[in-house]
Design a protein around this ligand. Structure first.
Ligand code: F6R
Length: 234
């Protein structure tokens, strides 16, 4: 079956499962991992930091990066990844979009070219309350590749918790497109907490619609969803 769902009553078990899932993928020969940031991934990366996983022969591609934040800014996804994972579990090579590139459109194109050369074996995904994946906001065509986005007000509000004030949350980002995500051989989605219920319901029980970007995954052949929500496949 294309879409599989695994629900957990215990959140620690969910993250143990996710960490072991990724470790097994490395053992099975997966070479290229698509990585996500955000609050959802922090317990997973903590779990991986404490494990004996070895990513040193693997390559990683992050989904997205804010435009305009210095990479040393504590909330840049570059810094997030260094702290949460790479300092302790380095990959052979790790790519993130460069949010400081002079020409962001060109940078998006460059990232796309890199992705074309490195097909992703396992893509890790969180989901926004509005159904976004990466920073593909509602309304994004499923055919979109890496591109520059203007963040919606709801996404900026949701991410404001990581900044001193909402005014500091960047308004733009570079994100892998939905098409890039659909090209991954396998996708692991983690959605925890009631705030994610509507987005998850749209994936598991609704029709594919650009109004909820995560529903694009209904077109993918191999998606595993992990959640702590009491929810079922339609
Ligand atoms: C992060 C990303 C986003 C987040 C989503 C959920 O790289 O691409 O799509 O996965 O915004 O964020 P959290 O986990 O903070 O709720």
């Amino acid at each position: 079956m294309a879409l599989q769902l695994k629900t957990f009553e215990n959140i620690n078990e969910l993250y143990d499962f996710a960490a072991q899932f990724l470790q097994q993928k490395v053992k099975d020969g997966a070479k290229t991992f698509g990585l996500a940031t955000g609050g959802t991934m922090q317990p997973l990366y903590k779990n991986l930091r404490q494990s004996d996983v070895d990513f040193s022969s693997c390559t990683s591609f992050n989904l997205d990066e804010y435009i305009g934040l210095p990479i040393t800014h504590p909330e840049s996804y570059f810094t997030y990844m260094q702290k949460e994972l790479f300092e302790q579990k380095p990959f052979h090579k790790s790519y993130l979009p460069n949010g400081l590139a002079e020409d962001a459109e060109l940078e998006a194109q460059h990232y796309n070219e890199l992705l074309a050369k490195h097909p992703i074996d396992v893509q890790l995904l969180g989901v926004g309350e509005n159904g976004h994946i990466g920073f593909n906001e509602p309304g994004t065509a499923f055919s979109e590749k890496t591109h520059v986005v203007t963040l919606t007000e709801s996404t900026r509000q949701a991410n404001a918790r990581f900044f001193d004030s909402i005014d500091e949350v960047p308004t733009k980002a570079i994100t892998m497109g939905i098409d890039n995500i659909l090209q991954a051989k396998e996708v692991l989605v983690i959605a925890v907490g009631e705030k994610k219920r509507a987005a998850l319901e749209s994936l598991l029980q609704g029709e594919a619609t650009v109004d909820s970007p995560i529903t694009a995954l209904q077109q993918h052949a191999n998606v595993l969803v992990l959640t702590d929500l009491n929810i079922s496949l339609a």
